[in-house]
Design a protein. Structure first.
Lengths: 274, 274
């Protein structure tokens, strides 16, 4: 699943970068409106990718300092360009793997993780590591999508099958495209306190043209269209079914179409050590 | 599909009545918090069933007068008992079919329809009829569920298949258990103006014990368990698969389980006649 990894996991690919940028642009309020960190606090962003979320986070909490890490040096280079372009001075980037983070225990006031756990074979282990890096009483915020939350009108078995290819490819790459619904048990299993999860549903009909274009077309359908080659190479689907599925996803952007997708946002607190 | 009709469509069955009551009790704010009618206005509730929503509606708009109709005389008798018990004096019940309503055009300021379109083979036709009964500038409010919005953790193919039985039985009875996602195109097709649809997602994890019991267990899982006999009689599923599916739905009420379901609420305005 190297191709899938290159395209989807780390955001190397320029088309993927564009997709993530579009996504952050149209979904920013839905996902981030209730996240703000106090002045003087330190925040670890684990898995910042190309800084699709970092710019929003750092702008919304100008007095906080962000340490944003990613496993991909290429993504970090692009991330740095983007935060520089945005004139941000409260972000430090660092090249690191989430399973081997070069920080002492209790180094951060808060941790932020967005669209990262879906790619990890051992998400609870990652959360336990992040938990350890938090100061007593610190918070973690996790945002993940869930492809199983996708439905639309007109319904289409071909489109569902094409989406299932993405789920299966991510599974084969060791990830989980259905992880959004699991945030509550994952955060509890990792030892966080006061866990609260809230769904962030993207509902799109013709009365919301920005979402029709920015989400249904340029984010979700573009993402599915982007796995055509690995899906065919893996023998998961016939090319005509895949293409019909992508056409049917575009069909949901017509005047009588509807598209639904749900992200999940979870917040937990580091248990105060006795 | 007579059994299905008796149990699910009109709420004759006492277990179904109990389910609808539980549903209204736990979901009342999610579904109704933003519905209130001004004093002196007249509201047609089309398809009131056993008044599961009527009591809430009439209590929230004490100055409005409700005319609540249903095709089932038995349901209406129970509905009357319930509104009497609640001490409501602003509701009049009338026995009528939604496709043959005994009212003049432009008789009402507002129309309210909840969990009704899902049972109709011609939902747009019903909406056109209701549109005609509205005064110029009047509003319609429609609430429907969508069984295709159901997903949960742990996931279970058997549970998905059991849910699909309910969808298929409702389809065979002429209804559509996936109608929630269609509210926007249906209201537009029926000629309403300024149509706005919003999803009302029920997200349930162990931190919300009232919803675990009131929604996952006593509303949704009870509804699926209730179609066992017609599903088996129709040859839609093997008994052991159905029973495993219901067990797996109960499994989602454990401490690490999660359950998601979405209702849709649509509001439209009667086009002001020139």
């Amino acid at each position: 699943m190297g191709d899938m990894g290159d395209i989807y996991v780390h955001g190397y690919h320029s088309r993927e970068n564009e997709r993530l940028r579009d996504q952050a642009g149209t979904l920013v309020d839905l996902l981030h409106a209730d996240t703000a960190y106090p002045g003087g606090s330190t925040v670890l962003e684990a898995g910042c990718g190309v800084a699709a979320q970092t710019v929003t986070l750092a702008q919304r909490s100008p007095g906080a300092h962000f340490t944003s890490v990613d496993v991909s040096a290429d993504s970090l280079a692009e991330a740095k360009r983007r935060t520089d372009r945005a004139g941000l001075t409260n972000v430090t980037f660092q090249h690191a793997d989430i399973f081997a983070l070069p920080f002492d225990a209790a180094s951060f006031d808060h941790v932020f993780v967005c669209f990262v756990l879906e790619h990890l074979a051992r998400p609870v282990e990652a959360l336990v590591i992040l938990n350890r890096l938090l100061r007593p009483g610190g918070s973690i915020t996790v945002i993940e999508g869930d492809h199983g939350s996708t439905y639309f009108y007109p319904d289409s078995p071909a489109a569902q099958t094409a989406i299932q290819c993405q789920v299966e490819l991510q599974r084969k790459a060791g990830g989980n495209a259905l992880i959004g619904r699991q945030l509550y048990p994952l955060l509890v299993a990792a030892g966080f306190d006061a866990v609260r999860v809230s769904p962030r549903m993207v509902y799109v009909d013709a009365s919301r043209p920005d979402l029709v274009d920015g989400f249904t077309r340029k984010t979700f359908t573009a993402m599915i269209a982007g796995v055509r080659e690995p899906a065919l190479a893996a023998g998961l689907i016939a090319p005509e079914t895949f293409d019909a599925g992508v056409r049917d996803l575009h069909r949901t952007t017509a005047a009588d179409g509807v598209f639904c997708y749900t992200f999940f946002k979870g917040v937990g607190e580091q248990k105060r050590r006795a």
